[in-house]
Design a protein around this ligand. Structure first.
Ligand SMILES: [Zn+2]
Length: 67
């Protein structure tokens, strides 16, 4: 029984570490209700799909490296 509990706890800690790392990688972006990339209306998050997120991140990276 304790093994199962330990596993659940370890999994939970991994998940939390993942979420924290994600937050550290991405600066906080407020959800505006619009896709940051194409201005499409989105009800959750900052992008309408992963393509838009990738596009946006690619552009951000180019901006950063050109500075
Ligand atoms: Zn979009």
């Amino acid at each position: 029984m304790t093994d199962q509990l330990d596993q659940a706890q370890a999994f939970e800690e991994l998940r939390r570490a993942d979420a924290l790392r994600d937050q550290a990688l991405k600066p906080a972006m407020p959800a505006l209700g619009f896709c940051y990339n194409c201005d499409e209306v989105v009800f959750e998050g900052c992008f309408c799909d992963t393509d838009c997120r990738d596009d946006y991140e690619k552009r951000e990276r180019q901006l950063c490296s050109s500075r």
